[in-house]
Design a protein around this ligand. Structure first.
Ligand code: T6T
Length: 324
């Protein structure tokens, strides 16, 4: 009888140990920290992230700063870490300045995936350097995007003339890579001169007034590449204010409705739309896969849709216009 009692106790013990079934039912909380909250790019990313969270029964927390700045993003990250989510998805606003703040998440046992932008070199889980700790990087191929912008702008200006890049600020992985890809590709066009880059701090008004100064110094300016939403919008506004719509050509990165309106009016020649909803969706799916014991790729690439006046009304193109 003693043996039976012992076996029964063991069986109960086994029953108690069978908790993993419950753990699988756990509702995971996944936090998404955007570059800034009031940007159609991240608003659209959030929608994709929410769709994925719904599909796997997770809760998505969206918390960000009002501007694209490591100084305001870091306290948001600290607050999110204090809430102890099961995973953090973040678009770090600086390659270097977010490294130490993100280490705190890892120290607290919270896995990190970066979306859109990266820290360090963007090569994760290599054992090299001090910024390889995120599990995965989910984003557009920004070097390629910069090359695509260069080819499109070259085509628009007939392969010759002066152009410049309107950009955010050095240290942002995405926009740094777009500028790098753009300049690399422009080497193929010997009759195009790339002037000094203008950094606008993600402020469209600043980008518009910078356009005026560049144009004042270069009355033969042929084109401008706006390397993200606010850079492109500001540059386009500058072109319009100077009465040069359709004469000075604009290649834009990103596709909010304002840029689409500019495509239709002929102020902007092409817009390279990223797929932010895909980035959010696959970011959450990667986090969920990791949390449920799957291995995940260290980088996940999402696509582009190139928009121009002739295709932007087609439903398969228009579906990539950013949401508000
Ligand atoms: O271009 C996107 C994003 O990819 C970049 O990292 C920052 O700017 C945007 O959010 C557009 O404003």
């Amino acid at each position: 009888r003693k043996l039976l009692t012992a076996l029964a106790a063991l069986a109960i013990g086994v029953g108690v140990l069978a908790v993993p079934a419950q753990a699988q039912d756990k509702k995971f909380t996944i936090a998404l920290i955007p570059g800034l909250t009031t940007d159609a790019f991240y608003i659209t990313m959030r929608k994709g992230a929410e769709a994925a969270a719904k599909a796997v029964g997770a809760e998505l927390v969206f918390q960000g700063a009002p501007d694209f700045n490591p100084v305001t993003q870091t306290p948001v990250l600290d607050a999110v870490i204090a809430r102890k989510p099961d995973a953090i998805l973040i678009a770090p606003t600086d390659k270097v300045q977010l490294v130490q703040p993100l280490k705190k998440a890892i120290d607290a046992g919270i896995p990190v995936i970066t979306v859109d932008t990266f820290i360090g070199t963007g090569q994760y889980q290599t054992g090299a350097g001090d910024a390889d700790f995120p599990l995965s990087y989910v984003a557009s191929d920004n070097l390629l995007g910069g090359r695509m912008a260069a080819d499109a702008l070259s085509k628009a200006i007939g392969g010759k003339g002066k152009v410049y890049v309107s950009n955010v600020k050095p240290g942002v992985s995405t926009t740094d890579q777009r500028e790098e890809g753009f300049k690399e590709e422009m080497k193929k066009y010997p009759d195009i001169t790339v002037l000094e880059t203008q950094f606008n701090d993600d402020d469209a008004n600043k980008a518009a007034s910078q356009f005026q100064s560049v144009y004042a110094r270069n009355s033969d300016l042929a084109g401008v590449f706006g390397a993200n939403l606010f850079s492109a919008l500001g540059a386009a506004n500058g072109v319009q204010q100077a009465g040069q719509s359709g004469k000075i050509r604009v290649a834009a990165f990103d596709a909010p409705t304002s840029i689409v309106d500019n495509l239709k009016s002929g102020l902007v020649d092409i817009a390279i739309a990223q797929h932010p909803a895909e980035i959010g969706y696959f970011g959450v799916m990667a986090a969920y896969a990791h949390l449920t014991g799957q291995s995940i790729p260290t980088s996940i690439g999402t696509g582009f849709t190139v928009m121009d006046k002739s295709n932007v009304d087609q439903p398969e193109v228009a579906r990539f216009i950013y949401q508000n």
